[in-house]
Design a protein around this ligand. Structure first.
Ligand SMILES: [Ca+2]
Length: 492
């Protein structure tokens, strides 16, 4: 029965607690964003889980403060003291008679009468002074309080300042310690590390200085050597011919520099004959192996030819070809004499070698801008000249075929890249004179890069201007060596 009663009581008081809880909840949410409140999940278990990280749970701080105010009753009246009331009531103004203030006390003697009068007179005089004094005392009291408070404030402030000063002193002390340790460290570095570093740098400087001196001496020596035009001092064999195959058949089977004379109307000229590769008889029309000769040249230079035909490596004859271009007029003349084959030999910077060979190679005269015709590929380097770059497709690949192209130099644009537009010149961007299309898959006369790999940031115009054979090494590898040699075609 008791349990039932308690349960009933609980159920009855539940709504009251609920409304109280709602009020508290509303209070707790004071200042919260209403949107947050809408989004809050009300937990049905009665407690409100702390959420959102901005609430903290504070347990109850005891009973509320007691009720204050005037209350319903006034204070109880107290009986006035009778004597003072009577005195006040019975006090008579002094009418000049010399009686007591109270008649019941009879008449004063003359002295007493005189005293009373004097006292009353004195009282009248003293009263305002006393009042004034009282006010003065009150003011003084007030002022004293103010001063006391002010002094207290001053003391507090003084204590605070003392505290701050102490703190600052401590901080300054720490800083000073830090500073001292850093000073010691720097001093140590200046006294020991710096001198050794300076010694090391001094050593490097000395080494560099001696290197610079050696280079300067080498430059001076080279300049002396180059004062006079280079002359080939090695002997040239007496055997000569129309070209190197002719010389070979006449007994000149040693690979070296020879005089050839393709046409009796023209003067003989020097050329390097390769009489050993693939049975010999090869007339070298182009050779590169160290970048010593600049191939970025004008039309006239490509027409006449440039570079060093051959030099002597100590065998007393010119056994080694130099870097040169034989000249478009001479190449055209030799290839137009009859069927001519061409051999491209090339090497990379790791020592690997490869070649491309074409059974037919003809270059027209200057009137046709030295137009080239090629056919009959064999070899290992890849047939770039006839079929273009194998890494390209469709029209893009067709643009890299060289067969049928005219010769272009940076000052004579005969390429297939927007003819007539001076800003679209393959030769200007790709580094050398060549049978450019739009533009190339092979660039044997391109810029010479040491080491092979290069990037568009190293290139003058951001293009693949290296000594490139795309179907072997791609666009961004510049070969170490390249040699073009021709021979009258004949059945082996
Ligand atoms: Ca063009």
């Amino acid at each position: 029965m008791k349990i039932l009663l308690v349960l009933c009581l609980c159920i009855c008081t539940l709504p009251i607690y609920q409304s109280l809880a709602d009020e508290l909840d509303e209070y707790d949410d004071y200042g919260l964003d209403p949107k947050d409140k809408e989004g809050a999940v009300i937990d049905p278990r009665g407690h409100r889980p702390v959420s959102r990280g901005r609430e903290t749970y504070v347990p109850s701080g005891g009973a509320p403060p007691p009720i204050s105010g005037r209350g319903r009753y006034r204070g109880r009246p107290t009986a006035a003291p009778t004597t003072s009331k009577q005195e006040q009531k019975e006090e008579q103004p002094d009418a000049g008679g010399c009686t007591h203030a109270s008649e019941r006390m009879g008449v004063l003697c003359p002295n007493g009468c005189e005293l009373k009068n004097t006292i009353l007179k004195q009282e009248r005089n003293v009263k305002p002074a006393v009042t004034e004094l009282k006010r003065g005392v009150e003011e003084l009291n007030r002022d004293t309080n103010s001063i006391y408070k002010y002094v207290n404030g001053l003391s507090d402030e003084l204590r605070e300042r003392q505290r701050v000063t102490d703190g600052n002193g401590q901080l300054v002390g720490e800083y000073t310690n830090d500073l001292e340790s850093q000073h010691a460290f720097i001093k140590e570095a200046v006294n020991t590390n710096f001198p050794s570093n300076i010694r090391i740098l001094q050593g490097i400087m000395d080494t560099l200085r001696s290197k610079v001196q050696r280079i300067s001496q080498a430059i001076v020596a080279q300049r002396d050597k180059c004062k006079d035009r280079c002359t080939v001092t090695c002997p040239i064999p007496v055997v000569s011919g129309k070209e190197c195959e002719d010389i070979y058949r006449k007994g000149g089977t040693e690979s070296q520099m020879y005089y050839i004379r393709p046409d009796s109307f023209y003067k003989p000229y020097r050329v390097y004959c390769d009489q050993t590769t693939l049975d010999g008889g090869w007339t070298t029309i182009q050779n590169r192996m160290d970048g010593s000769v600049d191939f970025g040249r004008r039309w006239d230079e490509y027409r006449r030819g440039f570079g060093n035909i051959a030099f002597d490596t100590g065998k007393n004859y010119c056994n080694t070809p130099g870097e040169y271009w034989l000249g478009n007029d001479r190449i055209s003349q030799i290839t137009k004499m009859g069927p001519t084959e061409i051999l491209f030999e090339m090497g990379d910077w790791s020592g690997a070698k490869t070649q491309a060979r074409y059974q037919q190679f003809t270059v027209q005269g200057e009137a046709s801008n030295y137009m080239v015709s090629i056919a009959g590929y064999s070899g290992t380097a890849g047939d770039t000249l006839l079929t273009g770059a194998s890494e390209l497709f469709g029209e893009n690949r067709t643009m890299t075929i060289h067969n049928g192209m005219m010769f272009s130099t940076y000052d004579r644009d005969n390429d297939k890249w927007t003819p007539g537009d001076p800003s679209k010149q393959c030769s200007r961007e790709d580094g050398g004179g060549w049978w450019y299309n739009r533009c190339h898959s092979a660039n044997p006369n391109g810029r010479y890069y040491w080491g092979g790999s290069y990037t568009k940031y190293m290139a003058k115009h951001g293009t693949d201007d290296g000594m490139v054979w795309m179907n072997w090494k791609g666009s961004w590898y510049s070969l170490k060596s390249m040699c073009m040699k021709i021979r009258p075609f004949f059945q082996q």
